[in-house]
Design a protein around this ligand. Sequence first.
Ligand code: RB5
Length: 166
Amino acid sequence: MDRRTIVLGSDHAGYDLKARIRRLLEAWGVPVEDVGVDTSAVSVDYPDIAAEVARRVQQDPRRQGLLVCGTGIGMAMTANKFVGIRAAVCHDVYTVQMARAHNDANVLCMGARVLADLDDETLAAMLRAWLETPFEGGRHERRVAKIRDLEAAGCKTQDAGCEMRE
Ligand code: RB5
Protein backbone atom coordinates (compact mmCIF):
# COMPACT_ATOMS: atom_id res chain seq x y z
CA MET A 1 0.00 0.00 0.00
CA ASP A 2 1.31 3.42 -0.96
CA ARG A 3 2.15 5.67 1.98
CA ARG A 4 1.56 9.10 0.42
CA THR A 5 -0.46 11.55 2.50
CA ILE A 6 -4.15 11.83 1.76
CA VAL A 7 -5.69 15.25 2.42
CA LEU A 8 -9.33 14.67 3.29
CA GLY A 9 -12.16 17.17 3.28
CA SER A 10 -15.94 17.21 3.14
CA ASP A 11 -18.92 19.46 3.59
CA HIS A 12 -21.82 18.50 5.86
CA ALA A 13 -23.33 16.23 3.19
CA GLY A 14 -20.09 14.31 2.86
CA TYR A 15 -19.14 14.12 6.51
CA ASP A 16 -20.34 10.58 7.28
CA LEU A 17 -18.65 9.09 4.22
CA LYS A 18 -15.48 11.06 4.98
CA ALA A 19 -15.46 9.59 8.48
CA ARG A 20 -15.70 6.07 7.04
CA ILE A 21 -12.90 6.83 4.59
CA ARG A 22 -10.70 8.24 7.35
CA ARG A 23 -11.22 5.16 9.53
CA LEU A 24 -10.22 2.85 6.69
CA LEU A 25 -7.15 4.85 5.69
CA GLU A 26 -5.96 5.09 9.28
CA ALA A 27 -6.51 1.35 9.78
CA TRP A 28 -4.21 0.80 6.80
CA GLY A 29 -1.59 3.17 8.19
CA VAL A 30 -2.03 5.73 5.44
CA PRO A 31 -1.06 9.25 6.61
CA VAL A 32 -4.16 11.47 6.66
CA GLU A 33 -4.61 15.23 6.98
CA ASP A 34 -8.26 15.96 7.67
CA VAL A 35 -9.21 19.59 7.02
CA GLY A 36 -12.80 19.07 8.19
CA VAL A 37 -15.67 19.40 8.56
CA ASP A 38 -16.15 17.69 11.90
CA THR A 39 -19.92 17.31 11.91
CA SER A 40 -22.81 16.82 9.52
CA ALA A 41 -25.00 19.02 11.70
CA VAL A 42 -23.78 22.39 10.46
CA SER A 43 -24.26 23.44 6.86
CA VAL A 44 -21.08 24.78 5.22
CA ASP A 45 -20.03 25.91 1.75
CA TYR A 46 -18.17 23.18 -0.14
CA PRO A 47 -15.83 25.62 -2.02
CA ASP A 48 -14.17 26.57 1.28
CA ILE A 49 -13.21 22.96 1.94
CA ALA A 50 -12.24 22.14 -1.64
CA ALA A 51 -9.97 25.19 -1.79
CA GLU A 52 -8.13 24.20 1.37
CA VAL A 53 -7.53 20.66 0.11
CA ALA A 54 -6.47 21.88 -3.34
CA ARG A 55 -3.97 24.33 -1.83
CA ARG A 56 -2.39 21.60 0.26
CA VAL A 57 -2.08 19.26 -2.72
CA GLN A 58 -0.59 22.09 -4.79
CA GLN A 59 2.06 22.61 -2.14
CA ASP A 60 3.34 19.03 -2.15
CA PRO A 61 3.05 16.50 -4.99
CA ARG A 62 3.32 13.65 -2.46
CA ARG A 63 -0.13 14.61 -1.26
CA GLN A 64 -3.37 13.50 -2.89
CA GLY A 65 -6.74 15.04 -2.13
CA LEU A 66 -9.98 13.27 -1.33
CA LEU A 67 -13.12 15.39 -1.21
CA VAL A 68 -16.67 14.37 -0.39
CA CYS A 69 -19.85 16.40 -0.82
CA GLY A 70 -23.38 15.44 -1.80
CA THR A 71 -22.52 14.71 -5.44
CA GLY A 72 -18.76 15.28 -5.66
CA ILE A 73 -19.49 17.83 -8.38
CA GLY A 74 -19.07 21.09 -6.50
CA MET A 75 -15.87 19.86 -4.90
CA ALA A 76 -14.41 18.91 -8.30
CA MET A 77 -15.49 22.19 -9.92
CA THR A 78 -13.77 24.14 -7.18
CA ALA A 79 -10.60 22.06 -6.92
CA ASN A 80 -10.10 22.21 -10.70
CA LYS A 81 -9.78 26.00 -10.50
CA PHE A 82 -6.35 25.47 -8.93
CA VAL A 83 -3.31 25.18 -11.19
CA GLY A 84 -1.91 21.67 -11.15
CA ILE A 85 -5.03 20.09 -9.72
CA ARG A 86 -6.78 17.36 -11.65
CA ALA A 87 -9.87 16.49 -9.66
CA ALA A 88 -12.14 13.65 -10.80
CA VAL A 89 -15.63 12.69 -9.63
CA CYS A 90 -15.65 8.90 -9.30
CA HIS A 91 -18.47 6.53 -8.50
CA ASP A 92 -16.93 3.06 -8.57
CA VAL A 93 -13.65 1.14 -8.78
CA TYR A 94 -13.47 1.51 -12.56
CA THR A 95 -13.76 5.29 -12.60
CA VAL A 96 -11.17 5.55 -9.82
CA GLN A 97 -8.76 3.32 -11.75
CA MET A 98 -9.24 5.34 -14.93
CA ALA A 99 -8.87 8.66 -13.11
CA ARG A 100 -5.44 7.54 -11.93
CA ALA A 101 -4.24 5.49 -14.92
CA HIS A 102 -5.42 7.76 -17.73
CA ASN A 103 -5.91 11.22 -16.16
CA ASP A 104 -3.28 11.20 -13.41
CA ALA A 105 -5.91 12.67 -11.11
CA ASN A 106 -4.53 14.02 -7.86
CA VAL A 107 -7.86 14.77 -6.17
CA LEU A 108 -10.63 12.18 -5.89
CA CYS A 109 -14.14 13.54 -5.41
CA MET A 110 -17.01 11.39 -4.22
CA GLY A 111 -20.71 12.05 -3.88
CA ALA A 112 -22.06 10.78 -0.58
CA ARG A 113 -25.66 11.13 -1.73
CA VAL A 114 -24.90 9.37 -5.01
CA LEU A 115 -23.10 6.58 -3.17
CA ALA A 116 -25.64 6.33 -0.35
CA ASP A 117 -25.66 2.51 -0.51
CA LEU A 118 -21.90 2.10 -0.77
CA ASP A 119 -20.86 -1.00 1.20
CA ASP A 120 -17.57 -1.21 3.10
CA GLU A 121 -16.04 -3.70 0.69
CA THR A 122 -16.63 -1.53 -2.36
CA LEU A 123 -15.48 1.58 -0.53
CA ALA A 124 -12.26 -0.19 0.45
CA ALA A 125 -11.75 -1.36 -3.14
CA MET A 126 -12.21 2.21 -4.43
CA LEU A 127 -9.68 3.54 -1.93
CA ARG A 128 -7.18 0.82 -2.75
CA ALA A 129 -7.58 1.63 -6.44
CA TRP A 130 -6.94 5.29 -5.64
CA LEU A 131 -3.82 4.52 -3.63
CA GLU A 132 -2.36 1.79 -5.81
CA THR A 133 -3.18 2.58 -9.44
CA PRO A 134 -0.21 4.24 -11.17
CA PHE A 135 -0.48 6.76 -14.00
CA GLU A 136 0.06 4.83 -17.24
CA GLY A 137 1.89 7.62 -19.03
CA GLY A 138 2.52 7.02 -22.75
CA ARG A 139 -0.29 8.45 -24.86
CA HIS A 140 -1.97 9.60 -21.65
CA GLU A 141 1.05 11.74 -20.79
CA ARG A 142 0.52 13.65 -24.06
CA ARG A 143 -3.14 14.22 -23.22
CA VAL A 144 -2.51 15.32 -19.65
CA ALA A 145 0.22 17.62 -21.02
CA LYS A 146 -2.46 19.27 -23.18
CA ILE A 147 -4.51 19.95 -20.07
CA ARG A 148 -1.42 21.55 -18.51
CA ASP A 149 -0.89 23.62 -21.68
CA LEU A 150 -4.42 24.96 -21.55
CA GLU A 151 -3.96 25.80 -17.90
CA ALA A 152 -0.63 27.54 -18.61
CA ALA A 153 -2.28 29.53 -21.42
CA GLY A 154 -4.66 30.96 -18.87
CA CYS A 155 -7.76 29.49 -20.45
CA LYS A 156 -9.76 30.25 -17.38
CA THR A 157 -9.73 33.92 -18.29
CA GLN A 158 -12.20 34.98 -20.96
CA ASP A 159 -9.77 36.91 -23.15
CA ALA A 160 -6.99 34.34 -23.27
CA GLY A 161 -5.99 32.75 -26.57
CA CYS A 162 -6.42 29.05 -26.01
CA GLU A 163 -5.02 27.31 -29.05
CA MET A 164 -4.57 23.59 -28.59
CA ARG A 165 -1.23 22.22 -29.81
CA GLU A 166 -1.40 19.30 -32.28
C1 RB5 B 1 -25.04 20.50 -0.35
O1 RB5 B 1 -26.42 20.46 -0.20
C2 RB5 B 1 -24.66 20.08 -1.76
O2 RB5 B 1 -25.02 21.07 -2.67
C3 RB5 B 1 -23.17 19.79 -1.83
O3 RB5 B 1 -22.86 18.81 -0.91
C4 RB5 B 1 -22.63 19.27 -3.16
O4 RB5 B 1 -23.38 18.21 -3.63
C5 RB5 B 1 -22.36 20.27 -4.19
O5 RB5 B 1 -21.85 19.96 -5.28
